[in-house]
Design a protein around this ligand. Structure first.
Ligand SMILES: C[S@@+](CC[C@H](N)C(=O)[O-])C[C@H]1O[C@@H](n2cnc3c(N)ncnc32)[C@H](O)[C@@H]1O
Length: 291
């Protein structure tokens, strides 16, 4: 189960504001290999495949593929209407629509590739979502999940754990970390293997190097658990975190390690137990902007 209710996930991603804060943090302070070359290596796209990116957020991944010359159909689906609207504005060459991972509005075998990047830990019923991914894939179609591996940004969570006894309001932030373990490499490989009959896991190690505490605090404050707090609580928590962070910066920069897991699978020719029809089909005009 995802730690947050569907309403809280919806509120977090109503717009791309909080997600952009975190993406910008990774862009500005990230060191080491980027995930995109690894995604490209794992997918080994020819360039003409029909690809569905589930939980696409602002659609940057299919948008990048189109900008790089991908000729096949590119579709981005997301639960959040705000994300879909945003993605459509930024990446006109991609089809975007609102859909839930566990009830995809596509016929069987519509895609050769399905990707789910940093989203399965938000899905309440992961096996139901994986079954949908298998269903909409053609035989031999490929699936790739990108997710945080266990221990991801461990140094940051140590700080939060240090502050919790004085600021119990922060406990929910720690719980959110435990919640994100609902789809890490540990259980993710098994879940994918159970559904697809095969799975492969690869890792990529990198880090964030922060020059000062400000961006660390902004990153934490973008998360649902801190968004839930009253302004007073947030101010107090911010001060406590700043205090706990200060010693980490005595040597100048502070390094936080990142390990990302890539879980890939192939849809086998005979896939047992997959539903034969989509649960819902799009009403004309609801998914495809041009219809
Ligand atoms: C952390 S963001 C990742 C966005 C993008 N894939 C990326 O890697 O930058 C998670 C996205 O998953 C979406 N999401 C959450 N639950 C979903 C569900 N059940 N079905 C489809 N999308 C979902 C959210 O609205 C959000 O846009």
């Amino acid at each position: 189960m995802s730690l947050y209710s569907p309403a809280e996930v919806a509120a977090q991603y109503a717009t791309d504001r909080h997600l952009r804060t975190r993406m910008e943090t990774h862009r500005r302070y990230g060191v080491g290999p980027d995930i995109e070359p690894m995604v490209d290596e794992r997918l080994a796209l020819r360039g003409d495949e029909a690809l569905l990116d589930v939980g696409t957020g602002p659609g940057d991944f299919p948008g990048r593929l189109r900008a790089e010359g991908h000729q096949g159909r590119l579709v981005g689906a997301d639960l959040s209407a705000g994300m879909v609207e945003r993605a459509r504005g930024v990446h006109p060459g991609v089809e975007f629509g609102q859909a839930s991972a566990d009830a995809l509005p596509f016929p069987d075998g519509a895609f050769e590739v399905v990707t789910a990047r940093h989203m399965l830990y938000h899905v309440p019923d992961v096996p139901a979502a994986l079954a949908e991914f298998v269903r909409v894939l053609r035989p031999d179609g490929r699936f790739l999940a990108v997710t945080n591996a266990s221990g991801y940004m461990g140094e940051l969570w140590e700080i939060v754990a240090e502050v919790v006894p004085a600021e119990p309001a922060l406990a929910s932030l720690l719980e959110s970390r435990a919640g994100s373990a609902v789809f890490s490499e540990r259980n993710g490989e098994r879940l994918v293997r159970d559904t697809f009959g095969n799975a492969r896991v690869d890792f990529l190690d990198s880090a964030l190097v922060f020059p000062e505490p400000g961006p660390v605090l902004a990153y934490l404050e973008s998360m649902t658990a801190l968004q839930r707090l009253t302004e007073d609580d947030r101010r107090r928590v911010r001060a406590a975190l700043r205090h706990a962070l200060a010693p980490r910066f005595h040597a100048g920069e502070w390094r936080v390690s990142k390990r990302v897991a890539f879980i890939s699978a192939v849809r086998e020719e005979r896939q047992p137990d997959t539903p034969s029809a989509p649960r819902t089909l799009p009403e004309p005009g609801t998914f495809y902007p041009g219809e």
